[in-house]
Write a protein that binds this ligand. Structure first.
Ligand SMILES: *Cc1c(COP(=O)(O)O)cnc(C)c1O
Length: 374
C-alpha cells in the first residue's frame, strides 16, 4: 500500500443506496447487504458501518475472517457467512455472538453438533446453479442429520440465482424460484422443518421481483450504487420504475509524477507498442497492474482537470503513461481520476470494465490499496 493511489468512497452514496433499498423492500423484511470481498472493494468495516447507520439489519460476508473483522470494527448486527468455514474453525464460529453460517455439508453438521453450543444455520438449497447446495434426498438426509443435534437451529433456507442479471429473459430464474418453493415444501413434508427466514434475492432479484424477497434480501452490487448489468437496468426500467436512484460510491485516484514533452515518432513504454504521431506531452502516473490497473485494458482514459487523457503504451507494474498534449497546464502532483468524476467528465466503473474486458463486480473488488471515506 502507498499514498500514490487511493480509492475514495462516498459514505453519503452508500447510505442513500441503503435507504432506497429499505424503502423498496419495506420495513418487515431483513435487509442484509453483502459486504464480502472488502465490501466489493469499498472497505468492509467502513461500508458495513454506513449500511448499518442507514438501516441494514444484518450483513452478509463470505468468510469467518470477514465476520471477525466486522466484530473487531465494532459492528454488532447479525452476520451471515455465505462461503465456507473450515471444520477446524467452527469452534471459533460458535463462540461468536449472532453469527450464522450457510451449511451444505454433513461434515459441518457433525462438527457443529459435537461442539454442543447453540448455533443457527441456514441450509443452501440446490435449485439450478450447481454451485453450493443440496436438493431432494441429499437435502433431506442433511436435515435429518441436523435434527440429531438439539443445539443446531435451522433458522433459514437459501438459494442463489444462476441466470438473472445476464439476461432480460427471466424464465430460468422463475424455474429456480419454483424449485426453491418445492424444496422448502418437501422439507416441511418429510422432515417437519419450517425455516423462519427464506432468502434468495441478490441485487437483480431484489430490484426486479417482489416474490423473490421472502423474509430477507441479500443485495450486493446495487448497495454500492452499481447495476448488476445493463440487462437488469433495462428490465428495471421496463417494469415501470422511473428513477435512476443508485449512486455509485467508488472513485479511484492518483497524482501526476512527471510531465514531459517527447518529439513525434518516439516509442512509449515496454515492447515499443505505441509511437507518438505528433509532438506529445506525456504525464507519467504512479499506478500500474500491481495496484489493479489491469494490464489488459484497451483504449483506456484517465481524467485530468476534467478532461480525458488517453493511456498510451503498455501498462507497467507501477506506472502508466498518458497523453496530456491537449490538456492545458498539467503539473506534477495534479490529481488524476482513474475511475470517477472530474468536472463534467465521468469514467464509470462500467466503462473501465469494458476496457478491461470484464464486469463492474471484478473491477471494484480487485482494486486494493489505500481507502479514504468521504
Ligand atoms: C455475492 C452474493 C450475493 C450478492 O450478489 P449481487 O449480484 O452483488 O447482488 C447474494 N447472495 C450470494 C449467495 C452471493 O454470493
Amino acid at each position: 500500500m502507498n499514498n500514490l493511489v487511493w480509492k475514495e468512497i462516498s459514505a453519503e452514496a452508500l447510505r442513500a443506496n441503503m435507504g432506497a433499498l429499505r424503502k423498496m423492500i419495506g420495513s418487515e423484511r431483513i435487509l442484509c447487504p453483502c459486504v464480502k470481498s472488502d465490501a466489493y472493494g469499498h472497505g468492509l468495516v467502513e461500508a458495513g458501518r454506513c449500511f448499518v447507520e442507514a438501516g441494514a439489519d444484518w450483513l452478509s460476508v463470505n468468510s469467518l475472517d470477514e465476520a471477525k473483522r466486522l466484530r473487531e470494527g465494532g459492528i454488532e448486527v447479525p452476520v451471515y457467512i455465505m462461503g465456507y468455514v473450515l471444520l477446524e474453525e467452527l469452534a471459533e464460529l460458535v463462540e461468536m455472538k449472532d453469527v450464522r453460517v450457510i451449511v451444505y455439508n454433513r461434515e459441518t453438521v457433525e462438527v457443529l453438533g459435537k461442539l454442543g453450543k447453540e448455533v443457527k444455520i441456514h441450509l443452501k438449497l440446490e435449485t439450478g446453479n450447481n454451485r453450493q447446495g443440496l436438493a431432494d434426498d441429499k437435502l433431506v438426509e442433511l436435515v435429518e442429520a441436523v435434527k440429531q443435534y438439539r443445539n443446531i437451529e435451522i433458522e433459514g433456507m437459501a438459494t442463489h440465482f444462476a441466470n438473472i442479471e445476464d439476461t432480460t429473459d427471466h424464465s430460468y430464474a422463475e424455474e429456480q424460484l419454483q424449485e426453491f418453493r418445492r424444496l422448502i415444501a418437501l422439507i416441511e413434508d418429510r422432515c417437519g422443518v419450517v425455516p423462519k427466514i427464506r432468502h434468495c434475492a441478490n441485487s437483480a432479484a431484489t430490484l426486479l421481483f417482489d416474490e423473490t424477497r421472502f423474509e430477507m434480501v441479500r443485495p450486493g452490487i446495487i448497495s454500492y450504487g452499481l447495476w448488476p448489468s445493463k440487462e437488469t437496468y433495462a428490465s428495471y426500467l421496463a417494469s415501470g420504475a422511473k428513477e435512476f436512484w443508485a449512486r455509485p460510491a467508488f472513485s479511484w485516484k492518483t497524482r501526476v509524477a512527471q510531465v514531459k514533452d517527447v518529439p513525434a515518432a518516439q516509442f512509449v513504454g515496454y515492447g515499443c507498442t505505441y509511437r507518438t504521431s505528433r509532438k506529445t506531452t506525456l504525464a507519467i502516473l504512479p499506478v500500474g497492474y500491481y495496484d489493479g490497473y489491469d494490464r489488459g485494458v484497451k483504449g483506456a482514459h484517465v481524467l485530468i482537470h476534467g478532461k480525458r487523457a488517453a493511456v498510451v503504451g503498455r501498462i507497467c507494474m507501477n506506472m502508466i503513461m498518458v497523453d496530456v498534449t491537449d490538456i492545458e497546464g498539467v503539473a506534477v502532483e495534479d490529481e488524476v481520476v482513474l475511475i470517477g468524476q472530474s468536472g463534467g467528465e465521468l469514467i464509470s466503473v462500467e466503462e473501465f470494465a469494458g476496457w478491461a474486458g470484464t464486469i463492474n463486480y471484478e473491477v471494484t473488488t480487485r482494486i486494493g490499496g489505500k481507502l479514504v471515506v468521504k
